[in-house]
Design a protein around this ligand. Sequence first.
Ligand code: GLU
Length: 286
Amino acid sequence: MRKKARRLLSLGISLTLLLAVLAACGTGASGGGDEERQQGADPAPAAKAGTLETIKQRGKLVAGVKFDTKLFGLKDPGSGQVEGFDIDIAKKLAGRILGDESNIELKEVTSKTRIPMLDNGEIDIIIATMTINEERKQQVDFSDVYFKAGQSLLVKKGSPIKSIADLTKGTKVLAVKGSTSAVNIREKAKETTVLEFENYQDAFTALKAGQGDALTTDNAILYGMQQQDPAFEVVGGTFTDEPYGMAIRKGDAEFVSYVNDFLKELKDSGEYDKIYEKWIGEKPAD
Ligand code: GLU
């Protein structure tokens, strides 16, 4: 009898332990472990801070920039040089952090790949014609505005399309995946068909090949295309505001404020205006 009682008791203890273990495992899914879930869901802020230190230790700034966007970031296939407004800003940032503008690696991003590449640590910062908006603020942190653009249309000279109002049923508009332009145009010209491409060169090639009636993105980018091929022109004014910001991994407040200080210095010293005039022309009054 005593033996049996002992066996029952130890069975009882084992069962209790088993239940305790099961309960602990289930906490995350059962709704009782809010604190645990929050920590588990977003370890990013603490883990991803320290970009500035990483750059200094590496001795090189890795900037995500466009390679296909004349005036902002365009790679010359002959020389291999990447040039533009965003590139000059990126070089100045490398100079401020590391004392030498040439301590920089320029990595190509597209509108679609830039946030994932920042997230997985392939780049330290995005400086790539990127509009600051609420949706993106959920995924990245932004610097202060460093350029102001607005969405517009590029068409073949003589096209019957003169503004967004002409994008009626039966028209086709070309845009780039992951851009605000692709989202906005669907909202603002509901009847038109939108075709999306991987990058701006592909979209422009498609426009030249007659695959669409217009190409839509920021006016500043379209002016670059108009320079590349004067058979095309920007029409219809702007129909959105596209304030550009440099994007930084979420939770790295130190790097955000460093970049904002850098931007302020660049403006105060007159360097910003020089870069602006070099690529864009005279700066409009704010
Ligand atoms: N500024 C717009 C955006 O961030 C269009 C330019 C781009 O695709 O980078 O989406």
